[in-house]
Design a protein around this ligand. Structure first.
Ligand code: C2E
Ligand code: CA
Ligand code: CA
Length: 687
């Protein structure tokens, strides 16, 4: 079977047409030949539905010519091989026609070249058609790239930019002239991870597509983020000729992600790193110390008595105190250290790679000192101290969680030793924590098992020198060999919620024993009972006191409840209600350890106090320190002004006693006059 061939023949001679057809048949074609003689006929044929493969044209026709036929073909828009067949033609005319687009020129007398010429021209035409198609595709594609809403950059195989689209120019601010010839990554910010570039080039060189995010810099210096897809382009032999980068501006998305990241890693109130980020930094610090064979220190910082400010002045005041505390702490650290807020009033400082304990101590000292000046909140001075626990890598733990726990334990130890201190963790503390757990379990139910008892310390009238009452002080026979003072178990009881049980027992016992002691004696004798802030928080305490007064028959004015200063600051309605209930019962209220907190005398007016007990630290200080002496005098004078009776506790020397008498202090209590003693011994003092 031959190749079908549709021939449009411009020819006036039917004989020549027949010869031609024969020649084509011989050449292996199955020709369909349409012969035309005029321009009209030819146009009609070209505009018909017929698919022509080739136009063969005589040079001279009576009313037409190859010249006119070529023009007619070109007018039609069809791209067909146009071959001229002729007798004698002048060389210039032939060349002229070829120049105008004719494809070949054959001698009518020797048609041997006809078939190969047609075959060649058809092949060429089909390639031309393909190229045209490709060109059209390129045109559409380049339009798409030109008008693309994303940046497109095309480079050669060395990454040198050869093309940038308008979006790229708009986004980066670099005109094409400043981009062409430069490396593909010339807008990338250099510090944003060399590793990323290496990874990109490795992937691309392997002929694979690479995707990733880059931080770039605009011509005006502004930073922006792009998500880039970079693809290698290969030629038909498979070698890379170009790279195409398609880049999308993701600055908006990135900044949203960064905000989220920020929220996840930073504390809203202070802007400091939060616990999560702190742990991260701690691991880094440990790694640094490990490499450098150095230490990493963890300082666990807790603000003492922060809760009082928060509860009594409100959260806004608490917040501003925390912010100020964060600001001060920030001044204690150097670059490279981490200050983080753990939540509440707890902060952590990480000192990565420190050389010795002295450097750590310096920071701890600075922290303690930075809290010396008062915090001014709503126009008032508030004194806040800090307790700091310090753990060290590697001696106190080799992983972050352990170091954190140990620093926290040390912080509690610092608190126990008195506020405004720091304490280094040692293994010994761990053992103490174990001991604490044991203590707690044994303390549970101690009152019910009869292991608690009360000692009484006498209270003296400073002028008359006579006993006016006593303070009950609880003790615990933990075992037959071990008798514990309240300092060793009351704080624990408060912490673990056993104070209610113990406190109730104390009230009941003190009332009962006081009735026995006072029986048949002066009516104005009194017993003072210490009450923890926790006990006042529930409504049950007032009822319990009333019940015990009723049961024992002790007169309410013979019972005095000693309440620490912190209660005064704690403006909670529950505490206020309990205090009022107690006051309504006719029970006396005393403010204990006055001067150790930071309440002013003005605060005392909030509650119906009868007595003010000056803390023993002032009493002992008054002799050596003129400031402390003046303070005691002031307290006494002001207390009297407020209608409060004053008691000085911890009187150990005659000198102190003289001083207090001169101040006008009403009552005294202390080792000089009588140690805490069993009820029977006190009975003898009462005479
Ligand atoms: P506090 O209320 O300030 O009690 C006075 C403490 O000072 C007592 O210690 C007492 O032994 C001691 N003291 C008395 N005179 C002197 C002195 O001249 N010099 C010195 N250096 N100390 C003196 P104690 O018995 O160890 O009690 C410690 C604290 O335990 C008390 O301090 C009180 O806050 C608390 N506490 C005692 N009993 C109870 C109780 O039944 N309930 C509650 N919630 N707390 C109690
Ligand atoms: Ca007391
Ligand atoms: Ca006291």
């Amino acid at each position: 079977m031959g190749t079908p061939l549709n021939v449009l023949l411009v020819e006036d001679s039917p004989d020549d047409a027949e010869l031609l057809e024969l020649e084509l048949l011989r050449g292996g074609f199955v020709p369909v030949v349409r012969r035309v003689e005029t321009g009209e006929e030819m146009r009609a044929a070209l505009w018909s539905d017929m698919t022509w493969d080739v136009v063969l044209s005589d040079y001279h026709l009576p009313t037409f010519s190859a010249d006119a036929a070529l023009a007619t073909l070109q007018d039609s828009g069809r791209d067909l091989p146009f071959i001229i067949m002729s007798g004698v033609v002048r060389a210039e005319d032939a060349v002229n026609l070829l120049k105008r687009g004719a494809h070949d020129f054959l001698d009518k007398a020797s048609l041997a070249r006809l078939v190969p010429a047609i075959e060649r021209e058809i092949r060429d035409a089909s390639e031309r058609a393909k190229r045209r198609e490709a060109e059209e595709r390129v045109r559409v594609l380049s339009l798409a790239i030109e008008q693309s809403p994303v940046s497109v950059v095309i480079t050669d195989r060395d990454g040198v930019i050869g093309y940038v689209n308008p979006k790229f120019i708009k986004t980066t601010g670099y005109p094409a002239t400043e981009s062409l010839g430069r490396p593909i990554d010339f807008i990338h910010r250099r510090d944003a991870g060399e590793g990323t570039y290496r990874a990109m080039w490795e992937t691309l060189r392997k002929g694979q597509e690479w995707r990733g995010e880059f931080c770039n810099q605009r011509r005006d210096g502004q930073l922006f983020w792009e998500y880039a897809t970079v693809s290698p382009l290969e030629d038909s032999s498979g070698s890379i000729t170009n790279f195409v980068a398609v880049k999308e501006d993701i600055t908006a998305r990135r900044s949203y992600e960064e905000r989220l990241l920020r929220q996840a890693n930073f504390d809203d109130l202070t802007g400091l790193p939060n616990r999560l980020l702190m742990l991260d930094r701690l691991e880094q610090g440990i790694a640094v110390a490990h490499r450098r064979d150095a230490l990493t220190a963890l300082l666990y910082i807790d603000l003492d008595r922060f809760k009082n400010v928060n509860d009594s002045l409100g959260h806004a005041a608490g917040d501003s105190l925390l912010k100020e505390a964060a600001r001060r702490l920030n001044e204690c650290v150097r670059e490279g250290d981490t200050l983080a807020r753990m939540g509440g009033d707890e902060f952590v400082i990480i000192l990565p790679g420190v050389d010795d304990g002295v450097a750590i101590q310096k920071v701890a000292d600075r922290v303690v000192e930075t809290f010396v000046p008062p915090f001014v909140i709503s126009g008032q001075d508030h004194f806040v101290t800090t307790s700091i626990g310090i753990s060290l890598f590697p001696s106190d733990g080799t992983d972050g969680q352990v170091l954190l726990r140990n620093a926290e334990l040390s912080m509690y130890k610092a608190k126990e030793q008195g506020r405004g201190r720091y304490h280094f963790f040692t293994r010994e503390l761990n053992e103490r924590m174990q001991e604490r757990l044991k203590l707690e379990s044994q303390l549970r139910g101690a009152a019910g098992r009869g292991e608690l008892y009360l000692d009484y310390q006498p209270l003296y009238d400073i002028q008359a020198g006579s006993v006016v009452g006593m303070e009950s002080l609880v003790r615990w026979n933990r075992s037959p060999e071990q008798r514990l003072q309240p300092g060793s178990f009351i704080p624990l009881a408060e912490e673990v919620g056993l104070i209610g049980e113990i406190g109730d027992w104390v009230v009941a016992t003190a009332c009962r024993q006081a009735v026995d002691l006072f029986n048949g004696r002066r009516k104005d004798l009194r017993v003072a009972v210490n009450v923890s802030p926790r006990q006042l928080q529930g409504p049950a305490f007032g009822d319990w006191v009333r019940l015990k007064l009723d049961e024992t028959g002790l007169a309410p004015e013979q019972l005095e409840l000693e309440i620490t200063e912190s209660v005064v600051m704690d403006g909670s309605p529950e505490t206020g209600m309990t205090l009022r209930k107690l006051c309504d019962l006719g029970v006396r209220l005393s403010i204990d350890d006055f001067g150790t907190g930071y309440s002013s005398l003005g605060y005392l007016q909030r509650y119906p106090f009868d007595t003010l007990k000056i803390d023993r630290s002032f009493v002992s200080g008054a002799i050596s320190d003129p400031n402390a002496a003046r303070l005691v005098e002031t307290i006494v004078t002001m207390a009297h002004g407020l209608g409060l009776e004053t008691v000085a506790e911890g009187v150990e020397t005659a000198e102190q006693l003289d001083f207090l008498r001169n101040c006008g202090c009403d009552l005294v209590q202390g080792f000089l006059l009588g140690r805490p003693m069993p009820a029977e011994d006190l009975a003898r003092r009462l005479g």
